[in-house]
Design a protein. Structure first.
Ligand code: NAI
Length: 336
């Protein structure tokens, strides 16, 4: 039986890393049929719609997507497509495994980093509720609900138990946002009680950021509201070699969309410099999700072998290979 998957190349470096990833997934031999759905700044500006109907129709049919980044204008312009997609499909859990790749040279290469970030994906300051109440005075509403907080905590703890993880750290700023982050924490504590086999601790987000840099090896599962999850993900990516390598999944009850942590990287778009590892690793998560664990394992091992060899790495991780040359090396490993 073939698998059907919506492919959203996105813009910036999106099409480059998406093409590389499609090549890698197809080289595993899995029968996957891509339903291509274009989504980029130009289409959004032309249609006036953040999410075109064909994209939603495709995802409602396939229930699974592989997505490249999409550019969002800063300080104005249209609403983030990424936020809109997560909310519309209720992709409430953003799952981001951050671990050291074998052979990669980083400032932390002597330390074994292996953590999974669970970022609440539908609310918090990403509600987009902003008002200029009088000239030059703006409020931005931070929405935290019991439903969403409980749901992400439950998801993180269940994942931890299923995957033999030992600790969950809830990260917050409830010393200042006593009501909003206080509710988030209360939900995490309630869920933690249902999982006595998993150690639970709480860290204030500023301290957590310092601890992540000082002692990254002590983190296992991180559980965060939307904004802290967004920021801490990039920080964590920096510990293991940068945004070029960290994958992600947006998981809901009915749909799943796999995408890297990184954005559209306009500074290197169209130059063949983008590192496709992050989206390839996201496709490893996708393959597991669609019931192809063997292909997932082979693709992950092929990527790791290219890193161990070290001669075909892209510039962001200290090499000089192009996106295509790195991808060719992954394909060669897959054929072995
Ligand atoms: P970015 O993640 O696009 O880039 C940050 C830095 O990391 C840049 O120097 C870039 O060259 C580098 N980088 C990122 N991915 C890389 C890769 N695969 N290989 C090599 N280098 C890589 O973040 P930035 O510049 O803040 O955002 C650019 C645009 O992307 C914005 O419009 C933002 O809204 C959007 N964005 C979209 C996301 C999504 O679609 N899920 C997520 C994050 C940002």
């Amino acid at each position: 039986m073939p698998h059907y998957c919506t492919l959203i190349p996105g813009d910036g470096i999106g099409p480059e890393v998406a093409e590389a990833t499609v090549r890698a997934v197809e080289a595993t031999g899995v029968d996957i049929r891509w339903k291509r759905a274009e989504l980029n700044e130009a289409i959004i500006l032309e249609s006036g719609k953040t999410l075109p109907q064909y994209l939603l129709d495709s995802l409602n049919e396939t229930r699974v997507g592989l997505k490249g980044p999409v550019t969002t204008p800063v300080a104005g312009g249209f609403q983030s497509v990424n936020v809109a997609l997560r909310k519309t499909l209720d992709l409430f859990a953003n799952v981001r495994p951050v671990s050291t790749l074998p052979g990669i040279k980083t400032r932390f290469q002597d330390v074994k980093i292996d953590m999974v970030i669970f970022r609440e994906n539908t609310e918090d300051l990403y509600s987009g509720l902003e008002h200029e109440i009088v000239k030059d005075v703006v409020t931005s509403l931070k929405v935290i609900t019991r439903t969403a907080s409980h749901r992400i905590a439950q998801y993180a703890f269940e994942y931890a138990r299923r995957n033999g993880r030992k600790h969950v750290a809830a990260i917050h700023k409830a010393n200042i946002m006593k009501l909003a982050d206080g509710l988030f924490l209360r939900c995490c504590r309630e869920v933690a009680q249902e999982f006595p086999d998993i150690q639970y601790k709480e860290l204030i987000v500023d301290n957590a950021s310092m601890q992540l840099v000082m002692r990254p090896e002590t983190f296992d599962v991180l559980l965060l509201p939307n904004l802290y999850g967004d920021i801490v993900s990039d920080l964590a990516a920096g510990l293991v070699g940068g945004l070029g390598i960290v994958p992600g999944a947006n998981m809901g009850e009915t749909h799943a969309v796999f995408e890297a942590v990184h954005g559209s990287a306009p500074d290197i778009a169209g130059q063949g410099k983008a590192n496709p590892t992050a989206l390839m690793m996201s496709s490893v998560m996708l393959l597991i999700h669609i019931g192809e664990p063997d292909a997932a394992r082979r693709l992950r091992h092929a990527i790791e072998a290219v890193y161990l060899d070290g001669t075909r790495l892209t510039a962001d991780v200290g090499g000089s290979a192009s996106t295509g040359e790195f991808t060719d090396a992954v394909l060669r490993q897959l054929r072995r």
